[in-house]
Design a protein around this ligand. Structure first.
Ligand SMILES: [Zn+2]
Length: 461
């Protein structure tokens, strides 16, 4: 028996081999054959990391016939990053053997990336299950952005089943926006004659992501979600679908090239995604041979020319009213690449006018754009042709000027957020005191309003 999981766990949790606190999946309820409801228990000392003891995932079709060893994967995958970071074990009644082996590989990779975190988690399983489906189909985690649309186009002939998740980059309270995205990409799937599945989950709401970022963000050098959680968490959600949808390969689109990934530790990464597996299902970190610019130039450009159809791209993370705000760094950069490659941005979900490139030039000169990753803008410069044969939205002069422009990093200023400090202290307080503070905060007394106003002023200093 490998050391990282054991059949010998008792449900009292008292005779584990390790001294780590245990997160136990007490119960898995399956409602209407499509909603998985996991009841969790954990010791008091780690309660602060959870906002709810219920983790749930709702699928859009019947999961009848999927074994419990597979159905537990969504929960374990979304608990694991937390367990790794705080040094907790996981107790679960049944779990797939291949999956257990794969997450052990991922743990060892991430342990080298984030050596300040314990990564001492053991998974105790009552019944280790094995399955083999010999499925031939493809599934693709899909958001509508450049990366996943490119992966779709490249695997078009395999008719990949698109999988969209509500509760990941689109929060659960953005219902209208989610419905807009769902309808848009349902039409896209219909047009392409492929299946699309929708998953709804509280994956980002049952854990205290804010506390985790405050506490561990400095060891991860960015957000909890980005660096640790999103890859394994999203992939885990797809496990039941691979059984019902006859999927043998799950694709997750790369966001950077494999050369860049060598220096870039990210929650979705070739070393993470390609290691993930369950039953005989394979996961592929897809299309990391191309840069973002190359994806637009060679894959999307070719698709648009051949089909005469412009897919709606959803690249923006800054807001949830339109698919793209058109003003954030990511939107500006994507519009620039599209225009350079003679693809009308306004046909792909953006909304620009004839002044766009004059304003962009001015903002670049005045260093008003939050350029965090200069390589993405330098990649555009690398693709500037000697002679431009089009002038979409008057971009010709802009690109002539842009060729010589020196791109400098302009990371958003991370103001010291004093609001985080009391928050950090708050979760160390006894539970009764936390409740009292919460009650006072909710009362919106004049004193609280003034205190909040003062805190907001200080945090802007
Ligand atoms: Zn935007």
């Amino acid at each position: 028996m490998a050391s990282f999981f054991s059949k010998r766990a008792r449900w009292t949790g008292n005779d584990k081999e390790s001294a780590n606190p245990a997160i136990k999946i007490e119960e898995l309820k399956i409602l209407k054959n499509r909603l998985l409801l996991f009841k969790l228990s954990y010791p008091k000392k780690i309660k602060k990391y959870f906002l709810s003891n219920l983790f749930w995932v709702e699928y859009d079709h019947d999961l009848h016939g999927v074994s419990r060893g597979i159905l537990q994967i969504p929960a374990v995958s979304n608990i694991l990053p937390l367990a790794w970071a705080i040094g907790a074990d996981i107790l679960v009644k049944e779990l797939d053997k291949t999956y257990l082996q794969s997450v052990e590989k991922i743990r060892l990779v991430m342990k080298t990336w984030y050596p300040k975190l314990p990564f001492s988690t053991k998974i105790y399983v009552d019944e280790v299950t094995s399955s083999s489906f010999s499925n031939k189909g493809y599934g693709l985690l899909f958001s509508g952005g450049i990366d996943s649309t490119t992966s779709y186009v490249r695997h078009k002939n395999a008719k990949p089943n698109l999988i969209m998740v509500w509760g990941a980059d689109i929060p659960l309270d953005k219902k209208n926006f989610w419905e807009k995205a769902r309808d848009k990409y349902s039409s896209f799937a219909e047009r392409e004659n492929i299946r699309i599945n929708f998953i709804k989950t509280n994956m980002r709401q049952f854990i205290n992501e804010r506390l985790l970022t405050i506490k561990f963000g400095r060891y991860l050098s960015a957000s909890w979600w980005g660096r640790l959680h999103h890859g394994i968490g999203l992939l885990g959600l797809t496990a039941p679908l691979t059984v019902t949808g006859h999927i043998g390969t799950i694709l997750i689109a790369a966001s950077v090239t494999r050369t860049r990934a060598l220096k870039f530790h990210w929650g979705s990464h070739p070393l993470i995604d390609n290691a993930m597996s369950w039953a005989d299902v394979k996961v592929v970190h897809d299309s990391d041979d191309l840069s973002r610019h190359e994806k637009i130039k060679y894959v999307l450009g070719d698709y648009i020319r051949k089909s005469n159809y412009y897919p709606t791209l959803r690249v923006c993370w800054s807001q949830f009213s339109d698919f793209n705000c058109g003003t954030c760094e990511k939107c500006l950069r994507t519009i620039t690449v599209l225009a350079l490659e003679n693809i009308d941005p306004n046909k792909c979900g953006f909304n620009i006018n004839g002044n766009f490139f004059d304003i962009l030039k001015q903002n670049l000169i005045e260093n008003r754009i939050n350029i965090e990753h200069t390589f993405l803008w330098k990649d555009i410069q690398r693709h500037l042709p000697k002679v431009m044969n089009h002038n979409l939205y008057g971009c010709k002069d802009f690109f002539k000027w842009f060729k010589e422009f020196i791109i400098v990093e302009n990371k958003p200023k991370r103001n010291f957020n004093i609001n985080d400090l009391p928050f950090h202290v708050y979760y160390e307080l006894p539970e009764n005191l936390q409740k009292t503070i919460k009650r006072i905060r909710e009362q919106q007394t004049p004193i609280m309003r003034i205190a909040k106003w003062v805190l907001s002023l200080i945090s802007k200093l």
